[in-house]
Design a protein around this ligand. Structure first.
Ligand code: SF4
Length: 323
């Protein structure tokens, strides 16, 4: 589980619907080199209703036909290019890179991107790279379009559609997209106060996913004190969101969750009897050791916070990741 707990009820009508870029073939459009679509290559039903999609087929957008000659990634010494797989004469790299720049410029309100896996244009990882000296292909490349998006917009949450079949990776991606979308709401008119409020909401979620990123973000925010210059805030904000997104990309471990649960438990200290505190601490420890599911300590926390509401805890993204 990546930290998307649900201690609190979320009103669906109040929820953001982030705009997410998507490789067009993943929506079923028959735009692949062989005239097929790839709707079955991502778990649509598991993501239903969460996002609005902005679709693009980079190869069609640069003027390639359907059907068409397939393309592939080649490496010539340190130079990586995308060329026709049969003839190998035409270099599509500059056009696909340019297409990525234009798509991003036209869609600065994106909060994430779902790419078609293994594609020499759209794949984000493990794309086959063919050495020009004739050796075997190595699965360590990226598609040119996806690589350019990642390079130009490193904070943007990106994922291969095929990886979203895995519950932990899908949950992780959804968490990152909603966090990024929430940041996009505050970033344009950022004040020091709004910045600190945003980080306060995300600190426990970040702590669960990555202690180093949590510490890095805390150090960065300490530079913020006393600065309300918009230019400073913008610069610190750009660094901050990259740290947050990088940190959230880690799948939260049992240790990470248990650490956060123990912190949250601290807010109940004054309200619980010694016996109730011991019971809660014991359950968190049992979860940490793998003897209980995460839901066990969470359910008990939920029960206690119903009895003793706490505004600071209630606003935590760790407990209410989507709003
Ligand atoms: S993987 Fe990308 S370039 Fe290939 S068909 Fe799908 S959207 Fe088009």
């Amino acid at each position: 589980m990546s930290g998307t707990l649900s201690l609190l009820e979320v009103n669906a009508s109040d929820m953001l619907t982030p705009k997410v870029g998507i490789s067009r073939c993943l929506l079923g459009a028959e735009v692949r080199y062989d005239g097929t679509g790839a709707k079955a290559s991502m778990p649509h039903s598991k993501l239903a209703g969460l996002f609005n999609y902005a679709d693009v087929c980079p190869e069609v957008a640069i003027g390639m036909s359907v059907p068409r000659e397939p393309i592939r990634v080649i490496r010539d010494l340190d130079v990586v290019r995308v060329v026709g797989a049969v003839e190998g004469t035409q270099d599509y790299t500059p056009a696909l890179s340019q297409q990525a720049k234009e798509f991003i410029d036209d869609n600065r309100d994106l909060s994430g991107f779902i790419f078609m896996h293994n594609s020499p244009s759209c794949g984000t990882r493990n794309v086959k790279v063919y050495p020009t000296d004739g050796g075997p292909a190595v699965r360590n490349g990226q598609g040119v379009f996806a690589a350019t998006v990642a390079q130009l917009w490193p904070a943007l949450p990106c994922e291969d559609g095929g990886r979203l079949f895995e519950d932990a990776l899908r949950e992780n991606f959804v968490t990152r997209v909603f966090a990024f979308a929430e940041w996009q709401k505050v970033a344009p008119d950022l004040s020091a106060k709004a910045f600190i409020a945003f980080h306060s909401r995300y600190k426990y979620l970040l702590m669960a996913h990555s202690t180093p990123a949590y510490k890095e973000a805390g150090r960065l925010l300490s530079d913020l004190r006393g600065s309300d210059l918009h230019s400073d805030l913008e610069e610190i904000g750009a660094t901050y969101i990259e740290i947050l997104m990088r940190g959230l990309q880690n799948i939260a471990t049992r240790g990470g969750h248990a650490n956060v649960l123990a912190h949250i438990q601290g807010y109940l200290k004054k309200h619980l009897s010694r016996t109730a505190r011991q019971e809660l601490a014991g359950l968190i420890d049992a979860y940490r050791k793998g003897e209980q599911p995460l839901l066990a300590p969470v359910a008990l926390l939920k029960h206690h916070f119903r009895e003793h509401p706490n505004e600071y805890v209630e606003m935590q993204a760790y407990l209410e990741p989507r709003r």
